[in-house]
Design a protein around this ligand. Structure first.
Ligand SMILES: Nc1nc2c(ncn2[C@@H]2O[C@H](COP(=O)(O)OP(=O)(O)OP(=O)(O)O)[C@@H](O)[C@H]2O)c(=O)[nH]1
Length: 340
């Protein structure tokens, strides 16, 4: 049966997670609710130019919202909306004069949430410049006098400036939050949440594009003894130093994740069976040579490797790598075993 509660919950979660989708939806809803009555009124009173411009703005806003929800792409609809709004606002101001100018203020704020701050600045300046030029060419078409035009331009710049500062800072904070939510705070490797997403994505890419993926799941040997003998701080430092050593031995397109505790996973793209075991072996011996305890003793690891099979679920893929890792530990540690 159709579950309305779950659907609404899923839509709400999507809006919470995707800032630009939320903004496009909000702007679409505001435009549809507030501009539609004006469009009807203008058409009813015979002001066809403004009525049609309003109608185009409403239809564009609704289409952009639908497109963004259907495709997940928020960049193109954002740019399209910002452009349509600027052109629409220009037409409305030229047709209505002072009465149209009030719409420019909310617009100058909206566009900073639809496109990047740099694009929004360019669009805002283009709109204000066009309005000023039109008024200089046809005096009193938009503004009553030059004093009014200057006041409008100055207040619009102030409005744009604050919208820019706010949007820019919000973007920085969103990036920081995204970073914090996706990495392990101790080692800087990807965290478990990001790992699950990347593994799901890998399975999708395998099904769609036949991409080849592999994992190396490894665990440091006798890590409890390192903590017990050298202290927890040395244990932490060992984990921190491990990640750049691994990253230095893989390609930029490959990723390292902390699976939990002293267990890590390397996700490899375009990897085939012949190259997987030699790479895992290189990582194992590289760590043994480079990762040393304060007294010079080597730290070793055991690893299980697995290539993603056709039609395999990511949990099954991980499970095979885990079984291979278990086997490597069981066989005496400091070795690599390939999954069945
Ligand atoms: N310093 C430090 N220790 C951790 C961290 N996370 C997990 N550990 C410790 O890692 C140790 C893992 O111990 P075990 O699971 O027995 O594994 P092990 O000693 O490496 O033995 P094998 O895996 O069988 O070789 C535990 O003592 C955990 O407390 C961490 O972030 N920092």
């Amino acid at each position: 049966m159709f579950n309305r509660g779950t659907l609404l919950e899923r839509l709400g979660n999507k809006l919470k997670q995707d800032f630009y989708l939320a903004m496009i939806t909000l702007v679409g809803a505001i435009i549809a609710s507030f501009v539609t009555p004006y469009a009807i009124y203008r058409l009813y009173t015979g002001n066809l130019v403004v009525g049609i411009a309003d109608l185009i703005i409403v239809i564009s806003a609704i289409s952009a919202v639908i497109y963004a929800w259907r495709t997940g792409d928020t960049v193109k609809p954002g740019q399209f909306l910002a452009l349509i709004f600027c052109i629409g606002a220009g037409i409305v101001c030229i047709s209505l004069g002072i009465n149209g100018l009030f719409w420019v203020y909310p617009l100058l704020v909206f566009i900073f949430f639809l496109v990047s701050a740099r694009r929004a600045v360019i669009l805002s300046l283009m709109l204000l410049f066009t309005l000023a030029m039109v008024d200089l060419a046809w005096p009193s078409l938009i503004f009553v006098n030059h004093y009014q035009m200057t006041s409008f331009l100055v207040t619009s710049f102030v409005c744009s400036f604050f919208a820019y500062v706010f949007a820019y800072r919000a973007q920085l904070q969103r990036n920081e939050l995204k970073q914090l939510a996706s990495i392990d705070s101790l080692t800087g490797a990807g965290n478990r949440h990001t790992l699950n997403q990347e593994l799901e994505q890998a399975v999708l890419l395998k099904q769609k594009l036949q991409s080849r993926f592999a994992v190396i799941l490894f665990d440091l040997d006798f890590f409890k003894q390192i903590n017990d003998n050298y202290g927890h701080k040395v244990g932490d430092e060992t984990l921190i130093r491990l990640v750049p050593i691994i990253s230095g031995m893989i390609r930029q397109t490959d990723q390292v994740f902390r699976f939990g505790g002293e267990e890590f996973l390397v996700l490899l793209r375009d990897m085939d069976t012949q190259n997987l075991l030699p790479l895992a072996e290189k990582i194992r011996s590289g760590v043994e040579q480079k990762l040393r305890l304060p007294d010079g003793k080597a730290v070793t690891l055991s690893a299980g490797v697995a290539i993603l099979e056709e039609n395999e679920h990511w949990e099954q893929w991980l499970h095979r790598a885990d079984m291979a890792l278990y086997q490597a530990k069981h066989n005496g540690r400091n070795q690599v075993i390939a999954a069945a």
